[in-house]
Design a protein around this ligand. Sequence first.
Ligand code: AMP
Ligand code: MG
Length: 497
Amino acid sequence: MPDAMTATSSIFEFDNSYARDLPGFYVTWEGAKVPAPELVLFNRALAEELGLEADALETPKGAEIFAGVRLPNGASPLAQVYAGHQFGGFSPQLGDGRALLLGEVVDRHGKRRDIQLKGSGPTPFSRGGDGKAVIGPVLREYVLGEAMHALGVPTTRALAAVSTGETIYRDGPKPGAVLTRVAASHLRVGTFQYFAARGETDKVRQLADYAITRHDPDLAGAEDRYLHLFRRVIERQAALVARWVLVGFVHGVMNTDNTAISGETIDYGPCAFIDAYDPAAVFSSIDHGGRYAFGRQPAIMQWNLARLAEALLALIEPEDLDKAVELASAELGRFPDLYKTHWLDGMRAKLGLQTETGDDQALFEDLLSVMHQQGADYTLCFRRLSDAATGSPEPLRDLFVDPTAIDPWLARWNRRRAQEGLPAEQVKTAMDGANPLYIPRNHKVEEALEAAENGDFAPVRALLQVLASPFREQPGQEAYADPAPDSFGPYRTFCGT
Ligand code: AMP
Ligand code: MG
Protein backbone atom coordinates (compact mmCIF):
# COMPACT_ATOMS: atom_id res chain seq x y z
CA MET A 1 0.00 0.00 0.00
CA PRO A 2 1.17 3.57 -0.64
CA ASP A 3 1.74 5.85 2.36
CA ALA A 4 -1.33 6.79 4.36
CA MET A 5 -2.85 10.06 3.25
CA THR A 6 -3.41 12.95 5.59
CA ALA A 7 -6.92 13.36 6.93
CA THR A 8 -8.80 16.63 6.61
CA SER A 9 -11.98 18.03 8.18
CA SER A 10 -15.47 17.14 6.89
CA ILE A 11 -15.93 18.70 3.49
CA PHE A 12 -17.84 15.66 2.26
CA GLU A 13 -20.55 13.94 4.27
CA PHE A 14 -19.55 10.49 3.12
CA ASP A 15 -21.78 7.46 3.55
CA ASN A 16 -19.99 4.61 1.84
CA SER A 17 -22.46 1.83 1.13
CA TYR A 18 -20.28 0.03 -1.43
CA ALA A 19 -17.36 -0.26 0.97
CA ARG A 20 -19.68 -1.28 3.80
CA ASP A 21 -22.01 -3.71 2.04
CA LEU A 22 -19.80 -5.34 -0.58
CA PRO A 23 -16.53 -6.59 0.92
CA GLY A 24 -14.92 -8.87 -1.63
CA PHE A 25 -16.02 -6.64 -4.50
CA TYR A 26 -13.07 -4.27 -4.27
CA VAL A 27 -9.59 -3.67 -2.94
CA THR A 28 -8.98 -0.92 -0.39
CA TRP A 29 -6.39 1.35 -1.96
CA GLU A 30 -4.96 4.86 -1.99
CA GLY A 31 -3.83 7.44 -4.51
CA ALA A 32 -0.22 7.81 -5.62
CA LYS A 33 1.81 10.81 -4.49
CA VAL A 34 2.15 13.55 -7.10
CA PRO A 35 4.47 16.57 -6.99
CA ALA A 36 2.29 19.66 -7.53
CA PRO A 37 -1.52 19.34 -7.60
CA GLU A 38 -3.28 22.36 -9.06
CA LEU A 39 -6.98 22.89 -9.57
CA VAL A 40 -7.68 23.44 -13.25
CA LEU A 41 -11.48 23.25 -13.30
CA PHE A 42 -13.96 23.10 -10.47
CA ASN A 43 -17.69 22.57 -10.89
CA ARG A 44 -19.13 24.81 -8.21
CA ALA A 45 -22.76 24.26 -9.12
CA LEU A 46 -22.33 20.49 -8.88
CA ALA A 47 -20.42 20.81 -5.59
CA GLU A 48 -23.38 22.72 -4.19
CA GLU A 49 -25.84 20.15 -5.53
CA LEU A 50 -23.80 17.52 -3.71
CA GLY A 51 -23.97 19.51 -0.48
CA LEU A 52 -20.18 19.97 -0.39
CA GLU A 53 -18.33 22.91 1.07
CA ALA A 54 -17.41 24.52 -2.24
CA ASP A 55 -15.28 27.27 -0.68
CA ALA A 56 -13.17 24.71 1.14
CA LEU A 57 -12.62 22.75 -2.06
CA GLU A 58 -11.63 25.62 -4.33
CA THR A 59 -8.30 25.80 -2.48
CA PRO A 60 -4.83 24.21 -2.60
CA LYS A 61 -6.15 21.66 -0.08
CA GLY A 62 -9.03 20.91 -2.45
CA ALA A 63 -6.52 20.37 -5.26
CA GLU A 64 -4.73 17.82 -3.07
CA ILE A 65 -7.99 16.01 -2.39
CA PHE A 66 -8.87 15.92 -6.09
CA ALA A 67 -5.35 14.71 -6.93
CA GLY A 68 -5.76 11.81 -4.50
CA VAL A 69 -2.89 12.83 -2.22
CA ARG A 70 -5.05 14.07 0.66
CA LEU A 71 -7.78 11.89 2.07
CA PRO A 72 -10.93 13.79 3.05
CA ASN A 73 -12.53 12.75 6.34
CA GLY A 74 -14.92 9.85 5.96
CA ALA A 75 -13.56 8.64 2.61
CA SER A 76 -12.93 4.93 2.14
CA PRO A 77 -10.92 4.83 -1.08
CA LEU A 78 -11.15 1.61 -3.03
CA ALA A 79 -10.65 0.13 -6.46
CA GLN A 80 -13.66 -1.82 -7.78
CA VAL A 81 -13.25 -5.11 -9.57
CA TYR A 82 -15.12 -5.87 -12.79
CA ALA A 83 -14.80 -7.80 -16.01
CA GLY A 84 -16.01 -6.93 -19.49
CA HIS A 85 -16.39 -7.70 -23.14
CA GLN A 86 -14.03 -5.39 -24.97
CA PHE A 87 -14.74 -5.22 -28.71
CA GLY A 88 -16.57 -8.52 -28.34
CA GLY A 89 -13.81 -10.44 -26.51
CA PHE A 90 -14.21 -11.29 -22.83
CA SER A 91 -11.65 -10.04 -20.31
CA PRO A 92 -12.37 -11.86 -17.04
CA GLN A 93 -10.62 -9.22 -14.95
CA LEU A 94 -10.47 -5.50 -15.63
CA GLY A 95 -11.34 -3.36 -12.60
CA ASP A 96 -10.36 0.18 -11.64
CA GLY A 97 -6.85 0.26 -13.03
CA ARG A 98 -6.50 4.00 -12.72
CA ALA A 99 -9.48 5.01 -10.62
CA LEU A 100 -10.45 5.13 -6.94
CA LEU A 101 -13.91 5.38 -5.49
CA LEU A 102 -13.44 7.90 -2.68
CA GLY A 103 -16.90 7.29 -1.32
CA GLU A 104 -20.54 8.27 -1.69
CA VAL A 105 -22.54 11.31 -0.70
CA VAL A 106 -26.28 11.83 -0.64
CA ASP A 107 -27.01 14.96 -2.68
CA ARG A 108 -29.51 17.78 -2.06
CA HIS A 109 -32.21 15.79 -3.85
CA GLY A 110 -31.63 12.72 -1.68
CA LYS A 111 -29.80 10.87 -4.46
CA ARG A 112 -26.74 8.80 -3.60
CA ARG A 113 -23.75 9.71 -5.78
CA ASP A 114 -20.29 8.18 -6.15
CA ILE A 115 -17.24 10.42 -5.97
CA GLN A 116 -14.48 8.83 -8.00
CA LEU A 117 -10.96 9.89 -8.90
CA LYS A 118 -9.75 8.88 -12.34
CA GLY A 119 -6.00 8.94 -12.98
CA SER A 120 -4.99 8.66 -9.32
CA GLY A 121 -2.27 6.04 -9.82
CA PRO A 122 -1.82 2.29 -10.21
CA THR A 123 -3.97 -0.25 -8.40
CA PRO A 124 -3.92 -4.06 -8.26
CA PHE A 125 -6.08 -3.90 -11.44
CA SER A 126 -3.70 -1.83 -13.53
CA ARG A 127 -2.54 -4.80 -15.63
CA GLY A 128 0.78 -3.18 -16.53
CA GLY A 129 -0.71 0.30 -17.04
CA ASP A 130 0.62 3.28 -15.10
CA GLY A 131 -2.73 4.15 -13.50
CA LYS A 132 -2.36 7.75 -14.62
CA ALA A 133 -4.29 10.11 -16.84
CA VAL A 134 -3.15 13.10 -18.86
CA ILE A 135 -4.71 16.52 -19.23
CA GLY A 136 -6.23 16.09 -22.70
CA PRO A 137 -8.44 13.04 -22.02
CA VAL A 138 -9.31 14.34 -18.53
CA LEU A 139 -10.60 17.63 -19.91
CA ARG A 140 -12.28 15.83 -22.78
CA GLU A 141 -14.31 13.72 -20.33
CA TYR A 142 -15.06 16.88 -18.32
CA VAL A 143 -16.27 18.84 -21.35
CA LEU A 144 -18.18 16.04 -23.07
CA GLY A 145 -19.89 14.91 -19.87
CA GLU A 146 -20.95 18.41 -18.87
CA ALA A 147 -22.16 19.07 -22.42
CA MET A 148 -24.24 15.89 -22.35
CA HIS A 149 -25.71 16.89 -19.00
CA ALA A 150 -26.73 20.30 -20.36
CA LEU A 151 -28.28 18.53 -23.36
CA GLY A 152 -30.45 16.53 -20.96
CA VAL A 153 -28.70 13.20 -21.49
CA PRO A 154 -28.19 11.01 -18.39
CA THR A 155 -24.47 11.03 -17.65
CA THR A 156 -21.74 10.93 -15.06
CA ARG A 157 -20.58 14.46 -14.23
CA ALA A 158 -17.28 16.16 -13.63
CA LEU A 159 -16.65 17.79 -10.26
CA ALA A 160 -13.02 18.82 -10.77
CA ALA A 161 -9.94 18.46 -12.89
CA VAL A 162 -6.46 18.90 -11.44
CA SER A 163 -3.06 18.89 -13.02
CA THR A 164 -0.55 16.91 -10.98
CA GLY A 165 2.77 18.49 -11.97
CA GLU A 166 3.90 15.11 -13.25
CA THR A 167 5.04 14.34 -16.79
CA ILE A 168 3.36 11.24 -18.21
CA TYR A 169 4.52 9.55 -21.39
CA ARG A 170 1.88 8.70 -23.97
CA ASP A 171 2.63 9.63 -27.58
CA GLY A 172 5.27 11.93 -26.10
CA PRO A 173 5.48 13.71 -22.72
CA LYS A 174 2.13 15.02 -21.45
CA PRO A 175 1.01 16.87 -18.30
CA GLY A 176 -0.49 14.46 -15.75
CA ALA A 177 -4.03 15.11 -14.51
CA VAL A 178 -6.83 13.60 -12.42
CA LEU A 179 -10.56 13.87 -13.03
CA THR A 180 -13.07 13.76 -10.19
CA ARG A 181 -16.17 12.12 -11.51
CA VAL A 182 -19.64 11.91 -9.98
CA ALA A 183 -21.93 9.00 -10.87
CA ALA A 184 -25.24 7.54 -9.74
CA SER A 185 -23.05 4.47 -9.21
CA HIS A 186 -20.18 2.73 -10.94
CA LEU A 187 -22.01 -0.60 -11.22
CA ARG A 188 -21.44 -1.88 -14.73
CA VAL A 189 -22.64 -4.83 -16.77
CA GLY A 190 -19.02 -5.98 -16.35
CA THR A 191 -19.33 -5.95 -12.55
CA PHE A 192 -22.00 -8.66 -12.80
CA GLN A 193 -19.99 -10.52 -15.43
CA TYR A 194 -16.94 -10.72 -13.17
CA PHE A 195 -18.72 -12.75 -10.48
CA ALA A 196 -20.93 -14.71 -12.88
CA ALA A 197 -17.90 -15.85 -14.89
CA ARG A 198 -16.36 -17.19 -11.69
CA GLY A 199 -19.53 -19.09 -10.84
CA GLU A 200 -20.00 -16.99 -7.69
CA THR A 201 -23.78 -16.88 -7.83
CA ASP A 202 -24.14 -15.69 -4.23
CA LYS A 203 -22.05 -12.67 -5.06
CA VAL A 204 -24.03 -11.95 -8.22
CA ARG A 205 -27.14 -12.04 -6.03
CA GLN A 206 -25.56 -9.76 -3.44
CA LEU A 207 -24.58 -7.33 -6.18
CA ALA A 208 -28.06 -7.43 -7.75
CA ASP A 209 -29.66 -6.73 -4.37
CA TYR A 210 -27.25 -3.85 -3.88
CA ALA A 211 -28.13 -2.49 -7.34
CA ILE A 212 -31.83 -2.78 -6.51
CA THR A 213 -31.40 -0.90 -3.23
CA ARG A 214 -29.53 1.79 -5.05
CA HIS A 215 -31.36 2.19 -8.35
CA ASP A 216 -34.70 0.40 -8.10
CA PRO A 217 -35.63 0.35 -4.40
CA ASP A 218 -39.29 -0.27 -5.23
CA LEU A 219 -38.28 -3.77 -6.39
CA ALA A 220 -36.70 -4.72 -3.05
CA GLY A 221 -38.10 -7.92 -1.62
CA ALA A 222 -40.19 -8.79 -4.71
CA GLU A 223 -39.88 -12.43 -5.66
CA ASP A 224 -39.13 -11.79 -9.33
CA ARG A 225 -36.93 -8.79 -8.59
CA TYR A 226 -33.93 -9.94 -10.63
CA LEU A 227 -35.93 -10.24 -13.83
CA HIS A 228 -37.42 -6.84 -13.04
CA LEU A 229 -33.99 -5.37 -12.44
CA PHE A 230 -32.98 -6.63 -15.87
CA ARG A 231 -36.10 -5.02 -17.35
CA ARG A 232 -35.28 -1.69 -15.71
CA VAL A 233 -31.74 -1.70 -17.06
CA ILE A 234 -33.09 -2.45 -20.54
CA GLU A 235 -35.55 0.42 -20.23
CA ARG A 236 -32.90 2.85 -19.03
CA GLN A 237 -30.42 1.87 -21.71
CA ALA A 238 -33.02 2.02 -24.50
CA ALA A 239 -33.86 5.56 -23.40
CA LEU A 240 -30.18 6.47 -23.10
CA VAL A 241 -29.06 5.21 -26.50
CA ALA A 242 -32.03 6.96 -28.12
CA ARG A 243 -30.84 10.20 -26.51
CA TRP A 244 -27.32 9.60 -27.85
CA VAL A 245 -28.60 9.07 -31.35
CA LEU A 246 -30.94 12.08 -31.18
CA VAL A 247 -28.07 14.42 -30.25
CA GLY A 248 -25.58 12.79 -32.64
CA PHE A 249 -23.27 11.31 -30.00
CA VAL A 250 -20.92 8.42 -30.72
CA HIS A 251 -19.71 6.78 -27.49
CA GLY A 252 -16.89 5.03 -29.30
CA VAL A 253 -16.11 2.27 -26.81
CA MET A 254 -19.34 0.55 -25.80
CA ASN A 255 -17.68 -2.33 -24.02
CA THR A 256 -19.76 -4.05 -21.35
CA ASP A 257 -17.52 -2.56 -18.67
CA ASN A 258 -18.54 0.87 -19.98
CA THR A 259 -22.28 0.12 -19.75
CA ALA A 260 -23.74 1.38 -16.47
CA ILE A 261 -26.59 -0.28 -14.58
CA SER A 262 -27.81 3.23 -13.64
CA GLY A 263 -28.46 4.15 -17.29
CA GLU A 264 -25.94 6.98 -17.25
CA THR A 265 -23.44 7.59 -20.03
CA ILE A 266 -20.09 6.51 -18.59
CA ASP A 267 -16.42 6.48 -19.59
CA TYR A 268 -15.90 9.18 -22.14
CA GLY A 269 -12.92 7.95 -24.12
CA PRO A 270 -12.74 8.22 -27.88
CA CYS A 271 -16.25 9.70 -28.12
CA ALA A 272 -17.35 12.51 -30.42
CA PHE A 273 -20.41 14.18 -31.92
CA ILE A 274 -21.13 13.66 -35.60
CA ASP A 275 -21.14 16.68 -37.86
CA ALA A 276 -22.51 15.47 -41.20
CA TYR A 277 -25.18 12.83 -40.63
CA ASP A 278 -23.67 9.40 -41.24
CA PRO A 279 -24.75 6.12 -39.57
CA ALA A 280 -21.30 4.68 -40.36
CA ALA A 281 -19.46 7.47 -38.51
CA VAL A 282 -16.57 6.12 -36.43
CA PHE A 283 -14.06 8.39 -34.71
CA SER A 284 -12.09 6.01 -32.49
CA SER A 285 -8.65 5.12 -33.83
CA ILE A 286 -8.98 1.60 -32.42
CA ASP A 287 -12.46 0.80 -33.76
CA HIS A 288 -11.22 -0.66 -37.04
CA GLY A 289 -14.30 -2.73 -37.82
CA GLY A 290 -16.77 0.03 -36.98
CA ARG A 291 -18.26 -2.13 -34.22
CA TYR A 292 -19.23 1.01 -32.30
CA ALA A 293 -20.23 3.18 -35.28
CA PHE A 294 -22.91 5.84 -34.73
CA GLY A 295 -25.75 3.82 -36.24
CA ARG A 296 -24.78 0.53 -34.60
CA GLN A 297 -25.17 1.79 -31.05
CA PRO A 298 -28.70 0.46 -30.42
CA ALA A 299 -27.78 -3.02 -31.69
CA ILE A 300 -24.59 -3.04 -29.65
CA MET A 301 -26.44 -1.97 -26.53
CA GLN A 302 -28.82 -4.88 -27.00
CA TRP A 303 -25.80 -7.18 -27.36
CA ASN A 304 -24.35 -5.78 -24.12
CA LEU A 305 -27.67 -6.34 -22.37
CA ALA A 306 -27.63 -9.96 -23.54
CA ARG A 307 -24.33 -10.29 -21.66
CA LEU A 308 -26.05 -8.87 -18.57
CA ALA A 309 -28.85 -11.40 -19.03
CA GLU A 310 -26.31 -14.25 -19.06
CA ALA A 311 -24.82 -12.96 -15.81
CA LEU A 312 -28.25 -12.83 -14.16
CA LEU A 313 -29.68 -16.16 -15.40
CA ALA A 314 -28.84 -18.10 -12.26
CA LEU A 315 -30.81 -15.56 -10.21
CA ILE A 316 -33.79 -15.25 -12.52
CA GLU A 317 -34.89 -18.88 -12.26
CA PRO A 318 -32.35 -20.79 -10.12
CA GLU A 319 -34.00 -24.21 -10.58
CA ASP A 320 -34.74 -23.99 -14.29
CA LEU A 321 -32.16 -22.53 -16.64
CA ASP A 322 -34.30 -23.00 -19.75
CA LYS A 323 -37.09 -21.04 -18.13
CA ALA A 324 -34.62 -18.32 -17.12
CA VAL A 325 -33.38 -18.05 -20.71
CA GLU A 326 -36.95 -17.83 -21.98
CA LEU A 327 -37.87 -15.06 -19.51
CA ALA A 328 -34.70 -13.04 -20.09
CA SER A 329 -34.97 -13.40 -23.88
CA ALA A 330 -38.51 -12.09 -23.82
CA GLU A 331 -37.34 -9.00 -21.93
CA LEU A 332 -34.37 -8.49 -24.20
CA GLY A 333 -36.63 -8.84 -27.23
CA ARG A 334 -38.46 -5.68 -26.14
CA PHE A 335 -35.34 -3.56 -26.56
CA PRO A 336 -35.74 -2.66 -30.27
CA ASP A 337 -39.32 -1.44 -29.77
CA LEU A 338 -38.45 0.43 -26.60
CA TYR A 339 -35.57 2.10 -28.38
CA LYS A 340 -37.73 2.95 -31.37
CA THR A 341 -40.46 4.47 -29.23
CA HIS A 342 -37.94 6.77 -27.53
CA TRP A 343 -36.37 7.68 -30.83
CA LEU A 344 -39.71 8.45 -32.51
CA ASP A 345 -40.81 10.56 -29.53
CA GLY A 346 -37.51 12.42 -29.66
CA MET A 347 -37.75 13.02 -33.39
CA ARG A 348 -41.31 14.34 -33.06
CA ALA A 349 -40.03 16.84 -30.49
CA LYS A 350 -37.11 17.79 -32.74
CA LEU A 351 -39.50 18.42 -35.62
CA GLY A 352 -42.10 20.31 -33.59
CA LEU A 353 -44.79 17.66 -34.07
CA GLN A 354 -47.33 16.94 -31.38
CA THR A 355 -49.38 14.13 -32.83
CA GLU A 356 -48.40 10.60 -33.82
CA THR A 357 -49.19 9.20 -37.24
CA GLY A 358 -48.32 6.00 -39.07
CA ASP A 359 -46.11 8.01 -41.45
CA ASP A 360 -43.82 9.41 -38.75
CA GLN A 361 -41.02 6.90 -39.13
CA ALA A 362 -40.89 7.29 -42.92
CA LEU A 363 -40.96 11.08 -42.60
CA PHE A 364 -38.03 11.04 -40.17
CA GLU A 365 -36.00 8.49 -42.08
CA ASP A 366 -36.47 10.35 -45.34
CA LEU A 367 -35.11 13.53 -43.76
CA LEU A 368 -32.05 11.68 -42.49
CA SER A 369 -31.57 10.07 -45.85
CA VAL A 370 -31.49 13.46 -47.68
CA MET A 371 -29.13 14.80 -45.01
CA HIS A 372 -26.87 11.81 -45.53
CA GLN A 373 -26.82 12.05 -49.32
CA GLN A 374 -26.21 15.79 -49.18
CA GLY A 375 -23.58 15.86 -46.41
CA ALA A 376 -25.73 18.19 -44.29
CA ASP A 377 -24.66 19.05 -40.75
CA TYR A 378 -26.91 17.08 -38.37
CA THR A 379 -27.10 19.59 -35.51
CA LEU A 380 -27.52 22.72 -37.64
CA CYS A 381 -30.06 21.05 -39.87
CA PHE A 382 -32.47 20.50 -36.99
CA ARG A 383 -31.77 23.90 -35.51
CA ARG A 384 -32.43 25.68 -38.80
CA LEU A 385 -35.61 23.72 -39.43
CA SER A 386 -37.24 25.95 -36.83
CA ASP A 387 -36.46 28.97 -39.04
CA ALA A 388 -37.96 27.13 -41.96
CA ALA A 389 -41.10 26.70 -39.83
CA THR A 390 -41.34 30.49 -39.43
CA GLY A 391 -40.85 31.18 -43.12
CA SER A 392 -37.05 31.36 -43.57
CA PRO A 393 -35.91 28.12 -45.21
CA GLU A 394 -32.75 29.60 -46.79
CA PRO A 395 -30.31 29.02 -43.90
CA LEU A 396 -31.47 25.40 -43.81
CA ARG A 397 -31.29 24.91 -47.58
CA ASP A 398 -27.72 26.27 -47.56
CA LEU A 399 -26.63 23.22 -45.56
CA PHE A 400 -27.31 20.92 -48.53
CA VAL A 401 -24.90 20.55 -51.43
CA ASP A 402 -27.94 20.94 -53.68
CA PRO A 403 -30.39 23.15 -51.75
CA THR A 404 -33.33 21.95 -53.83
CA ALA A 405 -32.76 18.41 -52.54
CA ILE A 406 -34.55 19.20 -49.28
CA ASP A 407 -37.54 20.99 -50.85
CA PRO A 408 -39.81 17.96 -51.37
CA TRP A 409 -39.26 16.88 -47.79
CA LEU A 410 -39.90 20.42 -46.52
CA ALA A 411 -43.20 20.47 -48.40
CA ARG A 412 -44.22 17.21 -46.73
CA TRP A 413 -43.28 18.49 -43.30
CA ASN A 414 -45.15 21.77 -43.92
CA ARG A 415 -48.27 19.83 -44.88
CA ARG A 416 -47.97 17.75 -41.77
CA ARG A 417 -47.62 20.82 -39.57
CA ALA A 418 -50.54 22.48 -41.32
CA GLN A 419 -52.66 19.48 -40.30
CA GLU A 420 -51.58 19.98 -36.69
CA GLY A 421 -52.41 23.68 -36.99
CA LEU A 422 -50.06 24.99 -34.26
CA PRO A 423 -48.89 28.61 -34.52
CA ALA A 424 -45.45 28.76 -36.21
CA GLU A 425 -43.87 30.79 -33.42
CA GLN A 426 -44.96 28.22 -30.87
CA VAL A 427 -43.49 25.46 -33.01
CA LYS A 428 -40.21 27.34 -33.32
CA THR A 429 -39.92 27.88 -29.56
CA ALA A 430 -40.61 24.19 -28.90
CA MET A 431 -38.12 23.09 -31.57
CA ASP A 432 -35.39 25.39 -30.30
CA GLY A 433 -35.81 23.78 -26.90
CA ALA A 434 -35.28 20.34 -28.44
CA ASN A 435 -32.51 21.09 -30.94
CA PRO A 436 -29.24 22.39 -29.55
CA LEU A 437 -27.36 25.17 -31.30
CA TYR A 438 -24.13 24.33 -29.48
CA ILE A 439 -22.60 20.86 -29.20
CA PRO A 440 -18.95 20.05 -28.43
CA ARG A 441 -17.72 20.53 -31.99
CA ASN A 442 -14.69 18.34 -32.57
CA HIS A 443 -12.43 21.14 -33.78
CA LYS A 444 -13.41 23.33 -30.83
CA VAL A 445 -12.74 20.51 -28.36
CA GLU A 446 -9.34 19.85 -29.95
CA GLU A 447 -8.46 23.55 -29.94
CA ALA A 448 -9.32 23.80 -26.22
CA LEU A 449 -7.43 20.62 -25.28
CA GLU A 450 -4.35 21.65 -27.22
CA ALA A 451 -4.28 25.02 -25.46
CA ALA A 452 -4.68 23.25 -22.10
CA GLU A 453 -1.75 20.95 -22.86
CA ASN A 454 0.27 24.13 -23.24
CA GLY A 455 -0.96 25.53 -19.94
CA ASP A 456 -3.69 27.85 -21.29
CA PHE A 457 -7.04 26.92 -19.76
CA ALA A 458 -9.01 29.93 -21.03
CA PRO A 459 -10.34 28.15 -24.16
CA VAL A 460 -11.63 25.12 -22.23
CA ARG A 461 -13.37 27.40 -19.74
CA ALA A 462 -14.94 29.41 -22.56
CA LEU A 463 -16.08 26.22 -24.27
CA LEU A 464 -17.65 24.90 -21.07
CA GLN A 465 -19.52 28.14 -20.58
CA VAL A 466 -21.06 28.04 -24.06
CA LEU A 467 -21.94 24.34 -23.76
CA ALA A 468 -23.70 24.92 -20.43
CA SER A 469 -26.63 26.55 -22.32
CA PRO A 470 -26.79 24.61 -25.57
CA PHE A 471 -30.33 25.60 -26.56
CA ARG A 472 -30.05 29.36 -25.98
CA GLU A 473 -28.56 31.48 -28.74
CA GLN A 474 -25.56 33.29 -27.27
CA PRO A 475 -24.63 36.49 -29.16
CA GLY A 476 -20.93 36.62 -30.01
CA GLN A 477 -20.48 32.83 -29.76
CA GLU A 478 -21.32 32.01 -33.38
CA ALA A 479 -17.96 30.28 -33.88
CA TYR A 480 -19.02 27.55 -31.44
CA ALA A 481 -22.05 26.69 -33.57
CA ASP A 482 -20.18 26.32 -36.85
CA PRO A 483 -19.17 22.93 -38.23
CA ALA A 484 -15.45 22.26 -38.55
CA PRO A 485 -13.73 23.99 -41.46
CA ASP A 486 -12.76 21.63 -44.32
CA SER A 487 -9.12 22.07 -43.31
CA PHE A 488 -9.88 20.22 -40.03
CA GLY A 489 -9.95 16.96 -41.99
CA PRO A 490 -11.27 13.53 -40.91
CA TYR A 491 -11.47 13.38 -37.12
CA ARG A 492 -9.75 10.64 -35.11
CA THR A 493 -10.06 10.17 -31.38
CA PHE A 494 -7.86 8.12 -29.09
CA CYS A 495 -8.68 6.05 -26.06
CA GLY A 496 -8.75 8.10 -22.90
CA THR A 497 -5.65 6.69 -21.27
P1 AMP B 1 -11.36 2.09 -20.55
O1 AMP B 1 -11.07 1.69 -21.96
O2 AMP B 1 -10.88 3.46 -20.22
O3 AMP B 1 -12.78 1.87 -20.19
O4 AMP B 1 -10.48 1.12 -19.63
C1 AMP B 1 -10.51 -0.26 -19.72
C2 AMP B 1 -9.70 -0.86 -18.60
O5 AMP B 1 -8.32 -0.48 -18.71
C3 AMP B 1 -10.13 -0.46 -17.21
O6 AMP B 1 -9.97 -1.56 -16.37
C4 AMP B 1 -9.16 0.65 -16.85
O7 AMP B 1 -9.00 0.79 -15.47
C5 AMP B 1 -7.88 0.14 -17.51
N1 AMP B 1 -6.95 1.23 -17.84
C6 AMP B 1 -7.09 2.17 -18.79
N2 AMP B 1 -6.04 3.01 -18.79
C7 AMP B 1 -5.21 2.62 -17.81
C8 AMP B 1 -3.95 3.09 -17.31
N3 AMP B 1 -3.33 4.16 -17.82
N4 AMP B 1 -3.40 2.40 -16.29
C9 AMP B 1 -4.00 1.33 -15.76
N5 AMP B 1 -5.16 0.84 -16.17
C10 AMP B 1 -5.78 1.47 -17.19
MG1 MG C 1 -13.99 1.89 -18.76
